[in-house]
Design a protein around this ligand. Structure first.
Ligand code: PGA
Length: 255
């Protein structure tokens, strides 16, 4: 595991985008795992500033709400279209999001794992971490080998995501999420974290026991993980834990 510590949230985007741009230059048809939420947004903004040909890149989203009408502005299909596909000028035919408005969401979830396999697997999976340690929408208690499936969102997650909706009640109760086992099959996991409010859970995930109580702790078992965290989020990480921690400052961090 390599950990880059950068001064600001926007710098997490610059450093993570630099990593992705290098991957796409060496593999123009790279398959990216796309995360939504606030943490990855600076990545997509920064990646748009790189002169790298994205026309052969594919994207597969991590998760989606169940039950929002198709075209709802906060559905991840729409967020991915606005923030990723259009911004990076990806081919929309190469971008997939789990079908949260399917008549049979369980089946849509199972089919999504097949779609990932059909794409040849995910080369780099972008990830955020929830305050409760969730990875994608794998809430605490999710099996560490779980597959893409329908999940019930915790109240903590619904509260955190209420900022995107007009009323908290509008936040869906369920989602389709890539499973932890699915995520672990990606070749490279790229976790971006910012803010002091994530410091405790990031330390628990990286320095604590690997446990379903903190789903992101599964990262410790993956052979290729890059963490890009701002100083506030990294402030409680154990030093001398054997992980490579690189402090990136100034122009290298895009600040
Ligand atoms: P955030 O969400 O980036 O919006 O904080 C991360 C997550 O819930 O996984």
């Amino acid at each position: 595991m390599e950990i880059f510590v950068v001064p600001t949230a926007s710098a997490t985007g610059s450093v993570a985008a630099g990593i992705l741009a290098a991957v796409i230059r060496s593999k123009p048809d790279a398959v990216l795992g796309l995360a939504t939420g606030g943490s990855p947004l600076p990545i997509y903004k920064a990646l748009a500033g790189h002169s790298v040909d994205m026309s052969s890149v594919s994207g597969l989203a991590l998760d989606e709400y169940v039950g929002l009408p198709a075209g709802h502005s906060q559905s991840y299909a729409e967020v991915v279209r606005r923030e990723v596909t259009e911004r990076l000028q990806l081919d929309p035919a190469k971008v997939a999001v789990p079908d949260g408005s399917a008549a049979d969401p369980e089946r849509a979830a199972a089919e999504y794992d097949s779609a990932i396999a059909a794409a040849g697997g995910i080369d780099v999976q972008i990830l955020g971490i929830g305050h409760n340690g969730h990875l994608a929408f794998n809430e605490p208690g999710s099996a560490l080998d779980s597959r893409t499936r329908v999940e019930v969102l915790t109240e903590r997650t619904r509260e955190a995501n209420a900022r995107y909706f007009s009323t908290p009640e509008e936040v869906p109760l369920r989602c389709i999420t890539q499973g932890l086992g699915t995520i672990m099959e990606a070749g490279h996991l790229l976790l971006v974290v910012n803010g002091a409010d994530k410091a405790g859970i990031l330390a628990a995930a990286l320095n604590g026991p690997v446990t379903a109580a903190c789903p992101a702790s599964i990262l410790q078992r993956h052979p290729h993980v890059t963490v890009v965290a701002d100083e506030a989020a990294a402030s409680l990480l154990a030093s001398g834990s054997g992980q490579v921690a690189v402090r990136v400052e100034g122009a290298a961090a895009g600040v």
